[in-house]
Ligand binder design. Structure first.
Ligand code: NAD
Ligand code: TDX
Length: 336
């Protein structure tokens, strides 16, 4: 069995490849990644010399390259994307290219070469925003209402994947998950940004008043869910994947991280809000629980402790990132 993982040098993709190769040493994994600012081969050091692992540097929009790879794979697990909402607000063109055209390029090739499964990784953000004063959660039957260019591009990719199943019978599955956190996450995202700033005694920027809430999913729980969907998921189906936390606002999450790291709340700094900021995400993961027996294992406090520990032990990894072009991004984004 040969699996193509797209975007495997990014945060979730690299966690998935490690999880997969450790668990299934007889599978072959091909990782196709363009190595954008978010792709980092250091994430895969532990497995880079495995004889059943191959890395190909390239773009999922390159039909010729994609065809060459897909003609010899059985399963595609598609992670590759532009993934940061704030960057999509500054310029959405790469989001349209990679998230929509790139997905379409892979779908066309998957159809042509009759792959056994095309698994698409998507996000709960495609369902828009919930309010803070209800207990409502997103489910597989929620309407698509994306509010920012990133989620609009992911929503579009989801529609193409479903359309290829209905129109051409492509064997697909889709998972829409909540906010992941854990080792190897690029420090533009909220959790690693807080942790790495705190490790340097720098301010923790909170957008608006901090009264926004997310559902937090530990990345390893996400990898287990994808594994189950690949093994037992019903073709053509969507499964939502969420974490193990009650509603927690960004401000309370920041206070929790600060407490776990023994730092001062004085480092919290309120900054300009994100335009179109989604207020709350929450995920009802009962379908995958009932059908496939999945549930998250790592609660927020435990997951944060493990994540903080990883960033403490891997200073070189994030300091290298933060010393590069990241500094320009940070200055522009946070006007520091
Ligand atoms: P990431 O930004 O860390 O990694 C993305 C990877 O894709 C990088 O390695 C990058 O080099 C690669 N890539 C980008 N454009 C490419 C192209 N044109 N061709 C080939 N490779 C390309 O992202 P992530 O956080 O690991 O997210 C992975 C997937 O999960 C994405 O599809 C994202 O939408 C989805 N998702 C992420 C989260 C989250 O909280 N991080 C939540 C829900 C869904
Ligand atoms: O500096 C910050 N300050 C802040 O208050 C940053 C970077 C974020 N935030 C807020 C915005 C959000 O309410 O924290 C929350 C989480 O922000 P992000 O980490 O940027 O994630 P989000 O916008 O929720 O999107 C994430 O989850 C869904 C991922 O980036 C997406 O790829 C995924 O699809």
């Amino acid at each position: 069995m040969r699996i193509l993982v797209t975007g495997g040098a990014g945060f979730i993709g690299s966690n998935f490849i490690r999880y997969w190769l450790f668990k299934y040493p007889n599978y072959e994994v091909v990782n196709l990644d363009k190595l954008t600012y978010a792709g980092n081969l250091e994430n895969l050091k532990e497995v880079q010399d495995y004889p059943n692992y191959t890395f190909v540097k390239g773009d999922i929009c390159d039909q010729q390259l994609v065809d060459d790879i897909i003609k010899s794979v059985d399963v595609i697990v598609h992670f590759a994307a532009e993934s940061h909402v704030d960057r999509s607000i500054t310029d959405s063109s790469a989001f349209v290219k990679t998230n929509i055209i790139g997905t379409l390029t892979l779908l066309n090739s998957a159809l042509k070469h009759k792959v056994k499964r095309f698994h698409h990784i998507s996000t709960d953000e495609v369902f828009g925003s919930l309010t803070l004063d209800t207990d409502e959660k997103f489910s597989e039957t929620s309407c698509y209402k994306p509010n920012n260019p990133y989620s609009a591009s992911k929503a579009s990719s989801d529609h193409f994947v479903r359309a290829f199943a209905r129109t051409y019978g492509l064997p697909i599955t889709i998972t829409n998950c909540s906010n992941n956190y854990g080792p190897y996450q690029f420090p533009e995202k909220f959790v690693p940004l807080m942790i790495t700033n705190l490790l340097e005694d720098k301010p923790v920027p909170i957008y608006g008043d901090g009264q926004y809430a997310r559902d937090w999913l530990y990345v390893e729980d996400h990898c287990r869910a994808i594994d189950l969907v690949l093994k037992k998921g019903r073709l053509g189906e969507t499964y939502l994947i969420g974490g193990m936390n009650d509603t927690i606002t960004n401000l309370d999450l920041a206070k929790l991280v600060i407490k776990l790291m023994g730092k001062s709340e004085d480092l919290i700094t309120f900054v300009k809000d994100r335009p179109g900021h989604d207020v709350r995400y929450a995920v009802d993961w009962s379908k995958i629980n009932k059908e496939l027996g999945w549930k998250p294992k790592v609660d927020l406090k435990q997951g944060l402790k493990q994540t903080i520990d990883w960033y403490i032990k891997n200073r070189d990894w994030w300091q290298k990132i933060k010393s590069g072009e990241y500094q320009d991004y940070y200055k522009k984004q946070y006007q520091t």
